[in-house]
Design a protein around this ligand. Sequence first.
Ligand code: TYM
Length: 329
Amino acid sequence: METILSGIRSTGNLHLGNYFGAVKNFVKMQHENNCYFFIADYHSLTTHPTPEDLHNNVRKVLAEYLASGLDPEAATLYVQSDVPEIPELYLLLNMNSYIGELERTTTFKDKIRTQPDNVNAGLLTYPVLMAADILIHNATKVPVGKDQEQNLEMARKFAKRFNHMYQVDYFNEPVAYNFGENLVKIPGLDGDGKMGKSTGNGIYLVDDPKNIRKKVMKAKTDAGPTEMNQTKPEVIQNLFTIMDVVSASDTVSHFNDKYNGCEIRYGDLKKQLAEDIIAFTSPIRERILDIEKNDEYLRTVVKMGAEKARASAAKTLKDVREIIGFKPF
Ligand code: TYM
């Protein structure tokens, strides 16, 4: 039995990238393993949300997690800020992480570019908080998308460093996980880059069919293939990558054959893709709308999750404090 942990920042609705990168695999594993799934609301503070947005986003993501199939009885589903042991471990790990290595992380460099007016210390130490999230339950596997690979590498580094510094074999070295396959990167519909919450290029689990059709029909394409079996340019490959995860394999083969034979009509491909996305998201969307109305249920889930998460976190923190040398008088 593995200890598996996954998390999502509460900065907006869940999109297909989040679902296929982090949620789907987790849902599959939750009944056979010791699973933790949490909403990273401290991490969301790096972008300075208003108090209303902070709370509403946590609520949204919680409902979306549940609607995606997370079972709060089987897994521990909790909100990061309900577990004060996490920021304490974060503080302790910060003492063993170095400015140079934090400045060199790709995500930090990206943030300097995307939010130059708000390069706060929380952004710099983002990987340390993420390591604390993982190490607080001593997780071994972390289902994430490709974009989190480097953060996982940092978490391993901090775990190893702690063990080495105190000559213990306490923390596991957690690995990014996707069922032995490559980590996934679901592309956006705007031609380049990954589907993201802040880039406005996403299809959200809660989007209604009309909106999904509109977004897909607007996706970038090109003038069409000119040679048989040519390599697909990125904008076209992106549509096929999304099709790979939502459509039946004979649908994908059909359009691949059309592309390879230079007979593809992108309008047909997009129509099919939109319908397949709708078929996939509709049941989830209906559950989201239902669960969102149920305050009592959300309250019960969060309370139960906080209790379970704190019990595990308190145990780790007690050990860590002892290892570091904090002693009662
Ligand atoms: P976040 O909120 O940006 O994304 C949540 C999860 O979704 C995955 N993801 C994607 N996967 C494939 N294709 C995409 N286009 C795509 N977009 C997002 C991400 O890889 C991630 O797995 N730092 C994390 C949250 C976090 C966390 C953690 C995750 C905080 N602490 C501890 C795991 C363990 C983040 O910002 O993810």
